[in-house]
Design a protein around this ligand. Structure first.
Ligand SMILES: Nc1ncnc2c1ncn2[C@@H]1O[C@H](COP(=O)(O)OP(=O)(O)OP(=O)(O)O)[C@@H](O)[C@H]1O
Ligand SMILES: [Mg+2]
Length: 271
């Protein structure tokens, strides 16, 4: 669905931000993009959605080369929630912001209304549909941006630190949406500094370090390799650390850890 080949990019004459970046993502995949501040994660997203063009290498989005496809056409294939969502919102009402994308896709009348109503419910903004987006708090604003992308139903979604600043209920809502979209066959690429979130929700991890791909692995394999985690500047999530301390096989979530612990206790009791 998304294929990135030998990408190289720099903002100026300085050393390149990204060098020889190659990876691909398929339908139903949730790929976390991790790495230190300044590693080039947000830059990579802008190269994927065509807002930036690489110095060399290529990006193919659902069969379309970003070098040859106008950004507004790419937007049908790949939707982005930016790190600073206030910069992508321009409509004076939440519902209008969410209706903008599907209207451009040709949806009208009852179909458009139904699409917007469905998205408003999913992102938890039905009560503020008529409010100005910029009057909402930062978390709600991020859901407006997410809703505007969901409403277009693009096959690929890019989310830049979508979990930042969310309270527990909002985080649970975000995680449900991520899981539903992946189950629906979308490819999601999520830039994230929260490794617990990554462990719970990502199927793969792409780690950037020194402008290169330091790791491209299934989540559990990444989190059981201390050298790779150190290279990417991230720490193992708690369930993995606890599983190791308890002498259990690696566990990515608190629930899985508890189940493994209970199973081990039952084995000990039965022995
Ligand atoms: N518009 C720009 N012009 C010049 N340099 C930039 C620009 N945007 C980013 N950079 C530089 O490119 C590098 C990568 O930045 P980028 O924002 O992609 O990192 P990031 O991995 O998203 O970091 P963070 O985790 O802090 O969001 C950094 O050194 C940054 O200073
Ligand atoms: Mg960033």
């Amino acid at each position: 669905m998304l294929s990135v080949d030998s990408l190289r990019f720099g903002y100026g004459d300085d050393s390149p931000v990204l060098t020889d970046v190659t990876f691909s993502a398929g339908a139903g995949e949730v790929m976390a993009i991790v790495g230190r501040n300044g590693a080039g994660k947000s830059t990579l997203l802008r190269l994927l959605n065509g807002l930036l063009q690489p110095a060399s290498g290529r990006v193919i989005v659902n069969g379309n080369a970003t070098a040859r496809t106008p950004v507004h056409l790419l937007a049908r294939e790949i939707g982005t929630v930016f790190q600073a969502p206030e910069q992508q919102i321009f409509a004076p009402k939440v519902a209008e912001e969410i209706a903008f994308g599907p209207r451009r896709l040709g949806l009208r009348g009852a179909a458009l209304k139904a699409r917007v109503a469905d998205v408003l419910l999913r992102v938890g903004l039905a009560d503020v549909a008529d409010r100005h987006p910029l009057d909402l708090d930062a978390a709600a604003l991020r859901f407006v941006a997410l809703g505007s992308v969901l409403a277009m139903r693009p096959p690929i979604m890019l989310l830049d630190e979508p979990q930042r600043g969310l309270d527990a209920a909002s985080l649970a809502r975000l995680e449900s949406i991520v899981a539903e979209e992946a189950a629906g066959g979308r490819a999601l690429l999520i830039v994230c500094h929260d490794m617990e979130f990554v462990a719970r929700r990502a199927s793969r991890v792409l780690a950037l370090a020194g402008g290169r791909v330091a790791a491209d692995l299934p989540t559990q394999e990444f989190f059981t390799d201390p050298a790779l985690m150190a290279a990417a500047g991230v720490e193992a999530p708690d369930p993995l650390v606890l599983a190791q301390l308890l002498g259990l096989a690696p566990q990515l979530t608190a629930t899985a850890l508890a189940q493994a612990w209970i199973a081990q206790r039952a084995e000990v009791a039965g022995a």
